[in-house]
Write a protein that binds this ligand. Structure first.
Ligand code: TXA
Ligand code: MG
Length: 327
């Protein structure tokens, strides 16, 4: 088991076909064994031989998404070949596959696919984000080490470029279903495969009354939570809160509140830790988890975050912030 850099976040990786190795990942993360892991595959033939190894029935729209976005920050849930990577799949009949673009991840995946006499070929690396269950994902090698300890071997690939976890599309239900928003947007997905991308709720609503609603395959983590409480507020509410604070805060009080906002606020008391949020969604995604960790480390009790714009480009960031803010 090693810490692995990817373009999205760092993963905690082991041979996806080795149930014992996979069990060490679940144990290190404190993650329930029924919670499936994503398998990372080698890009050398567009991922196709690994897809054929792990999956049966790849629908044409899934094939189009692989061609358009692999290697890259997109995970596809596909029907799993019986008997393959069962511990990784956490007992699901499906498997999540992703072909990462990070050069270090790809170099390792290529090396593992190169045959060595007497050793089994490694078809893919199971890797969840390398944080303890329910915590913010790591985007540097140092974050991984602080989550999981110094004895873990971590390949240092520098800070992750994307910064939030991959977009996940379920391809097992006849039409593409968005399970987790990420850097690859709805519009990009719909344009690449020419199909409407449904949400889980939309899919369930389509089922005629009397029929059983499809089961959501695999539940997503409900939290990406720092220790401090995160609150989302629009610019006006933030300014009002700052005004109230500046009238009531003791001049020598220690900082217990941090603000992460795009809007320039007036008269912020000196005791408040302020971080300016970039205007661009991709730039915010890249730094988001590092900023939450940093603010947490400054021992603030509250992090007030300006609500991002309600546009498609911000969907991934808004999703992670809403989870961090959930009680
Ligand atoms: O960007 C990423 O995807 C990162 C990097 C390391 O690749 N990985 C990552 O893994 O975020 P993890 O395990 O933290 O999140 C994967 C999510 C989980 O919420 C899991 O429930 C869901 O994907 N998932 C995995 N396999 C699934 C399956 N067969 N069916 C439904 N959901 C699945
Ligand atoms: Mg995770």
């Amino acid at each position: 088991m090693i810490g692995l850099p990817t373009e999205t976040v760092y993963g905690l990786a082991a041979d996806a076909s080795n149930d014992e190795a996979v069990a060490t990942i679940f144990a290190a993360k404190g993650r329930p064994a029924t919670h499936p892991l994503i398998v990372h595959i080698c890009a050398h033939d567009g991922g196709m031989s690994a897809v054929a190894h792990f999956c049966i029935k790849v629908p044409p729209f899934a094939q189009q998404l692989m061609t358009a976005f692999w290697p890259g920050p997109l995970t596809l849930i596909l029907p799993r070949r019986a008997g393959v990577a069962s511990a990784t799949a956490g007992g699901q009949e499906s498997i999540g596959l992703r072909c990462p673009s990070h050069p270090t991840a790809q170099a390792l995946l290529v090396a593992l696919r190169t045959p060595v006499e007497g050793e089994a070929e490694v078809w893919g690396l199971a890797a969840p984000s390398a944080n303890r269950f329910g915590r913010v994902s790591p985007t540097t090698a140092a974050h991984v080490q602080s989550e999981l300890g110094d004895t873990l071997l971590v390949l240092d690939g520098g800070p992750c470029g994307v910064g939030i976890e991959s977009t996940i599309i379920d391809c097992t239900r006849g039409q593409p279903v968005l399970l987790r928003p990420g850097a690859i947007t709805r519009l990009q997905v719909e344009q690449a495969c020419g199909r409407k991308l449904l949400s889980n709720q939309e899919l369930i609503a389509q089922v005629p009354q009397g029929l059983e609603a499809p089961r959501a395959s695999g539940t997503l983590e409900s939290h990406y939570a720092p220790n401090a409480r995160v609150r989302l507020m629009d610019a006006r509410a933030l300014q009002t809160a700052v005004d109230v604070l500046s009238e009531t805060i003791a001049p020598s009080g220690s900082p217990s509140i941090a603000i992460y906002a795009r809007t320039v606020l007036k008269k912020i008391p000196r005791q408040i830790v302020f971080r300016r949020m970039p205007d661009d969604a991709q730039a915010v995604a890249q730094q988001l988890f590092a900023v939450l960790r940093e603010l947490d480390a400054s021992a603030v009790k509250l992090i007030w975050v300006e609500t991002p714009p309600d546009t498609e480009a911000w969907e991934g960031v808004l999703d992670r912030l809403s989870r961090a803010a959930a009680d």
